[in-house]
Write a protein that binds this ligand. Structure first.
Ligand SMILES: [Ca+2]
Ligand SMILES: [Ca+2]
Length: 356
């Protein structure tokens, strides 16, 4: 009997060890741990004043670029204890230079930790609203600002909700309504690590309006960037751990219907959409393991991917820029504007490149 018990225990231990080993291999696969990208550079220069990351960038049709800088992301390095800041940059200026936006209103700036951003233009009066994901004390909330003049953001509102628990990015669809991605299922990091290890696709996209808040789409491994097509009919979401861009159609009642997923072969973070062509631009991490195990001697690289004709039967996925981390580490966004491309990163610098 004792011998039977020992055999049983040994079998269970072996099975658990094999399972854990298998999941670790899977994790290495998900994080593209052995991927190296050959360098593919463009004619770029560093953007002045941006030393501690511009995690997200968005550019209005008239050429005004908003940059969310100095984010502190749990699990990733950061090199400044200063609170985050918002910058603006005019892409039509012969030498675009970012200027810090002054924030007016009730918001606590000492704990400001801006992450994903989205701009909304109210067609009734052309007012510009800037929506910013903020993580003070690692909480998740969405700040709505009114961009009133050249350098001023007036804080209008802070939005919190239990469904908005781990917000990464947002896309505004009204003056007070948006879709938001949750990049993890649990607020607790250990439990979240377990869901990633087990490959549980439990992340979701939430629709928020003052009247209604609900899950609009789910089934993602880890939802990161989100954006909208120029005609506003489709929503694009980056499932960073699935190496996919998911395409949804907006349906009655702001439900999202999944149409397709496009494989990108990289860990893509934020999504920007070319206003004119509808092309999708992605700032990606070519190797997630190098990012999380940060070693300055073997730095995490950067990669920019573009998807053309995403709604056709044959979307074209192309790599437009790649670096081994010696120019820019941990790219998270690529925003195109009239032959220029801005590349932002989670905790490092930002680039302005010529792109023909
Ligand atoms: Ca964004
Ligand atoms: Ca993001």
């Amino acid at each position: 009997m004792a011998a039977m018990k020992k055999i049983l225990v040994a079998a269970v231990v072996a099975a658990v060890a094999a399972f854990i080993g298998h999941r670790f291999l899977k994790l290495k696969e998900i994080s593209l741990a052995s991927r190296e990208v050959p360098v593919k550079h463009l004619n770029c220069h560093y953007i002045k004043n941006i030393e501690y990351g511009a995690e997200d960038i968005t550019i209005l049709r008239d050429g005004l670029a908003f940059l969310s800088t100095g984010s502190h992301c749990p699990g990733l390095p950061w090199f400044s204890d200063e609170p985050g800041k918002m910058y603006i940059m005019d892409m039509l200026h012969p030498k675009p230079t970012p200027v810090e936006l002054q924030i007016k209103g009730e918001l606590d700036l000492s704990s400001f930790n801006p992450h994903g951003i989205s701009a909304y233009i109210d067609e009734a009066d052309d007012s510009v609203y800037l929506f910013v994901v903020n993580h003070p004390q690692h909480k998740s909330q969405v700040e709505i600002f009114h961009f009133v003049e050249e350098k001023i953001l007036v804080h209008l509102k802070t939005i919190t909700h239990p469904l908005l628990h781990s917000v990464n990015d947002i896309v505004a669809v009204g003056v007070e309504s948006f879709y938001a991605t949750n990049h993890q299922y649990f607020a607790n990091d250990v439990l979240n690590f377990v869901t990633v290890m087990l490959g549980l696709p439990w992340c979701d996209v939430v629709y928020y309006s003052p009247k209604e808040v609900r899950v609009a789409a789910d089934g993602l491994l880890a939802a990161n960037g989100i954006n909208i097509s120029p005609d506003k009919r489709y929503i694009y979401v980056s499932d960073i751990m699935g190496h996919l861009i998911d395409v949804y159609e907006r349906k009655e009642g702001e439900q999202l219907m999944h149409l397709k997923s496009v494989a990108v072969g990289s860990l893509c973070v934020n999504i920007e959409v070319d206003h004119k062509t509808g092309d999708i631009w992605l700032g990606c991490h070519p190797n997630g393991m190098k990012l999380s195990m940060f070693d300055p001697k073997n730095p995490p690289g950067s990669e920019v991917i573009r998807i053309k004709n995403i709604h056709s039967n044959q979307p074209v996925v192309s790599q437009e820029y790649a670096d081994n981390g010696h120019v820019i580490m941990g790219s998270s966004v690529a925003a195109p504007y009239e032959g220029k491309l801005l590349i932002g990163s989670v905790f490092h610098k930002a680039l302005c490149c010529d792109f023909k």
